[in-house]
Every structure is written in structure tokens, then in C-alpha cells.
Design a binder for this molecule. Sequence first.
Ligand code: F0G
Length: 482
Amino acid sequence: MRELKFYSDNAVPLEMHKVRVVQKLNLLPIDERLRAINEAGNNTFLLRNKDTFLDMLTDSGVNAMSDIQLSAMMIADDSYAGSATFSKLESKLQELFGTKYVLPAHQGRACEHILAKVFIKNGDIVPTNYHFTTTKAHIGLQGGKVLEVHYPEALIVESDNPFKGNMSPELLKKVIVEYGASRISFVRMEAGTNLIGGQPFSLANLKEIYSICKHHGLLLVLDASLLSDNLYFIKVREPAYKEVDLRKITREIADHADIIYFSARKLGHARGGGICTNNTELYMKMRELVPLYEGFLTYGGMSVREMEAITVGLEETMDEDMINQGPLFIEYMVNELKQRGVPVVTPAGGLGCHLNAMKFVPHIPQSEYPAGALGAALFIASGIRGMERGTLSEERETDGKEHYSNMELLRLALPRRVFTLSQIKYAIDRITWLYENRDLIGGLKFTEEPKVLRFFMGRLTPVSDWQEKLVTKFKKDLGNSL
Ligand code: F0G
């Protein structure tokens, strides 16, 4: 990576683009923010975007698009079958991953649906470096189970381990002995491991896991949704790859997986998804399901305009100045918050800055959803919406008991090229205020709890009048300020 030094100031991340299209934002007064979050059942997924100031819910489908992506959308070839636009996307993926076959799907979880239907038998297990919500749900629906086989460091929130997303080869070997290879549908490696704070795996680790898989005749499936972040971290944290071109690293990653799937809402910076492989037999098995669930083989549920944008977005992912725009801004936010004593996931990962609710609000028991409560409190204090990544995002056990999450995180996603440094400074300021008033934050309880993926649509209410007290204190400290 090219290094940028500052002469007279502390280093700050620098925007390597200029803003040419803008969207007006709305910062509601605090009383209206309190009303909005309660109308949304204290669930940030249910907030209306017009009530939100900085939307840090996710980077999914909301990264800023480039002028080249937008112009490519205008020349898309609209046809049901044999679209030239699909051929371009297919060629780009073949070029980057070196894979022969490309199956389109409307988004990442649609790829997971197809993979689960084809490969999971009742009673199967899927060892993974860490699960993702939709992956786990699809595997579960087919009667399978995910097994986390990471190192203990993955769950140590504050650490200096550069590759917390690594899979433990020792544990994987144990799992293979314990369950037998025939019960393992595939081994799943997730790039930029989402739920533990956007933490990468190293290429050396991927290679080692792949060789264990080959030794036992197992398939390795790579979830490449967060590949851009993982690529950046391999380049800056894995000494062997410091001088290696991003295209070469990408190809080396792809060479160590049997199937690669991705959400193009993340990788490729548009909206869609795809599955790539070199294996004809695997391709034929999965191909059948694409027209059934997604759409014909040359669009798979995606609009041709999005496919054009993905093709360009994939090419832009090979640009260091583009992929560094997430991690550098996240690192700045994480370091500034850390200096102010705010508990955050370290080292800074991809995707976003993650607040550690277990330490931020240690007085809230997991049964009252500390990360969800922190999300509601932050919205009230700032108009910023984050995403709960803790117990709320888990499913109950079959006997109805809560499954307490290993971590209680509030994720503040920084979609690439969307926020400016001053907006990030505003976020840091309001989070710092909230941290200094953390004792005022209380828990939440469900008023409406869906059975599957409850975090999307569930509604909650505060367990006491803590939110009114928080508003009173905000007004006392910050007067009539927004
Ligand atoms: N895999 C990973 C690692 C993801 O982060 C996501 C989505 C998916 C699969 C599913 O892809 O949304 O296109 O269906 N993550 C989003 C997020 C939802 O906000 O982190 P999708």
C-alpha cells in the first residue's frame, strides 16, 4: 500500500475521490429521535431513513458508486436470455478468480440458499471460521448445523491479533475425526469475518485449511462478500504479501477454494450476488436451482443495470485507493474512541467500527439485549443508526431458551466513500457523550418476537423510563443543540 505522511498534523484518512452527487440529510431534534426509535420498536432496522442522520446500519448495497459504475448502468443490455451484460460480468469474475463457471443470484443469501439446498443433508455439519446470520439460518433450515472452529482470539474483543478471522487447523482436524468427513457438507471460510467485527483471515491460514480439506476430500466454500476488506488486510498485515499485487492475491485466494460465493451488495458495490467454481460437477448440481429460485442463468434475479455496475465495481476493487477507503476511516474512528476510553473491537477491522456493549453497558444483562439497548441510546443521542450484533441477532434454542451471543456488539458500518471525516468526528463526539453517561442506559424487552431472524422485524420496549432520563441529561449538557 502507498503510504501518505502528514507534515504538520496528525495523520488522518484522506478521501481519494471527490463528491459530485449529494443527498440532503435530516438531523431531527432529540425529542423526535426519541419518538422515532420508539415507533420503530427500538429496532434500528425499523427506523425510517428520513428520520436517520448518519445511516451506519450496514455497508450492504449502500457503498457510494463511482461515475464509471453509473455510466456503465446506462449501456446495460436488457434481455432475458443471453444478455451481453451478463457475459461481461461472467468474464470479469473469470478474469479475477480464474473460475470457469458463474451462477448469478439476486443477493448473497440467495447463494447460501442454493448451497444449502444442494449440499446440506439432515444431520450434517458445516465447520466455519465464524457463522453469518443468514448462512446459519439457511444451513439450519436444511437440517444442518454450523460449528465455529476459530482460535480463542477470535472472541477476544480487545486484541492486537491481526488475523482474528483465521480458522484453527487443529480444531478442524479434531472436528473431522469426531464427526467423520461424510457428515461434513463443506468447510466454510468467510472473508472479513462479519460478526466478530470484520476481522480478516490470512492467506497462509486459508492455504492451510484448504490443504486439510483436500487431504480429507472435503469442499472448501469461500464467502467472499467482504473480500475487499480482507484483501486490504492481507496486503497491509501479512508481510509475505506486502509487495504483491491485489490481482495476484485475489487469484491466490480463489485458487484455494472449490466454490466462491458473494453478496455483490458488498463485493462489487452494487446489488446482486453470484457463485463461482471451476468444478463442472458442482456447477451442474447448483445450476438447476438458479432458474427455479432466482431467474434465468444470465440474470439470476439481478437487473442488468446492477450487473453492469458490479462488473465495474469488481474491477475497482483491484484499486488500493478504493479498497482502503473503508478500513482507513474505520481505523481512525476506532483509535479516536479507544483514546477516549470507549470500548471498541480491536484491531480495527473492515465493515465498520464496533462498540463493545458488554463493556460499554456492563450493568445490562444479556437477557435485556445490551447491544440493542446501546443502539437505541445512540440513535437518541445522535440520530446515528447502527446494527445490533449480539444476542438479538441470535435465534432461541429449540426449547425456547435464549442463546446468549459470544459478543455483544453495536456495529457502526462505514460504507465506502459515503461519510466525510467531519461526520465521523460528529459520531465520535456523540459516542463519547453517551459513554460518559452510560449509567443512564437501560435494557430492552420484546413486545413482538418473530421466530426466524428476529432482529430484522422484532419490536422491543425499554424496561424502564431510562430513555426519557437520557434525553433530559442530553438537554442539560448540550442545551438546545441537536
Ligand atoms: N455473507 C456475509 C459475510 C455477509 O456479510 C452477508 C450480508 C451475506 C453473506 C448475505 O448477503 O445481504 O446480499 O443477502 N451482510 C449484510 C450486513 C446484511 O449488513 O452485514 P446478502
